[in-house]
Design a protein. Sequence first.
Length: 363
Amino acid sequence: MIGQGMERPFRAVLVTGASGFVGIHVVRALLEDNVAQEVRCLTRQPTPELLELEKRFGSRVKLCNGDMLGPACRTTVAPHLTTDGGCDGLINCAAHYRWWSRSPDLFTALNEAAVSELMKLALETHVKRVVQVSTILAMGCPPGDWGSDVRPLKPDTPPGPSASRYARSKAAGDEVVLRLAAEAGLPGCVVMLACVVGADRRLVSGGEEDVMRIADLVRGKVPATLGHDTVFTYIGVHDAAAAIIAALLRGRPGGRYLVGNQRLTTGEFYDVISRLSGVPAPSRRVPVWVAAMWAAAAGSWGALTGMPPQAPPDLIRTVSYGTLLFDSASSEVELGLQVPYRDITESFREAVQYVQEYDRLQG
C-alpha cells in the first residue's frame, strides 16, 4: 500500500474487464492503495459496483466505454491509452471464462485476438507497464510428471496441451504478451492465478460464469461429485488483486508469475461448501470415465440446442487431466507478496453468504 500523501506511482492505469469479478477488485485496490491517480475502467456498460466507486472516489475513477472485440478494439480502446491521455499502466482482466459457451468463437476472439490488438496498442502508445491476467490452467498438462507433488509446475515450465477451449485461448493470449516482450520490448508480464474465490454477482447470474457451481451447491442442485480426489489450488480474490498490482509495480518484462498456494481436493471443496452453507454435500460419486462418455453426447446436444450441458466436456477433460500443482514461492518472492495468504475458507464463506443473502432477498 502506498502511504497517504506519498506520490502515486502511476498517473493513470487502464483496467480492461473492469466490471468483472477480478477486475472490479483490481480497480478498488488501485484506488484504495493509492497506486494510481486515475483508474480508467473499460466496460461496455457500467455496473452498480463501478458506479459506487465513481461516487466514492470522484474524478479518480473514469468510466470508459469500449469494446475489445474486432475492429472496435482499436477504435474504442485506443483513445484511453493515448500518450496525450497520460495512461502509463495497463492491466488486462478481460476474458471469456466458462466451461461451455453458446458462442465458442468468443474464446479465441477475446482471449487471444483481442489481447494481440491490445498489446500492439500498448506498444504504439508507449504504456510503461503492462500486466496480462491469466490462469494456471493455461499451463496445460506438460508431459512427464510435471504438475505433481514431486515436480510442481514452475514459471519457466514449458506449457503442455490444454484441457479446455478457455485454457487453450488464454495460453495463446499469454504467448502473445511474452513474445512481444521478447521481440518488441513490450513492458509486459503475465500473472497466472489459481482458482479465484470470493463474493460476486456472477454466482447468482444464472449463466455459465459460476464455474465452480457454488450457487448450485448452496442450493442443493448438484446431484453428484466428479473427480473427488483431484486437487486444485485456490486463492482469494483480494489476494489475487494484490498480486496483480504487485506485478504492475514490480513485475519483470517477459516474466510469468504463478500465484496461489492453498490446495483442496474436490472432495474437500464440496465439504467446505457444505459446512459453510449447512447443505449436505452430494453423496453420489461419478467416475470421470463415465462422465466423459455422457459429456460427449451432452456437448453435442448442447451445441445443437443451445442448452448448457450439466457436465460440459471441457470441465470433464479438465478434471480427467488430474491434479495440476505448481510452486508459487519464486513468484511470491519476486513480486514481494504478503504470505501466508488469507485463509481460503474465508473467501468461500463470503461466496456462500453472498448466495444465501441473494436468495433470502429474492424470497
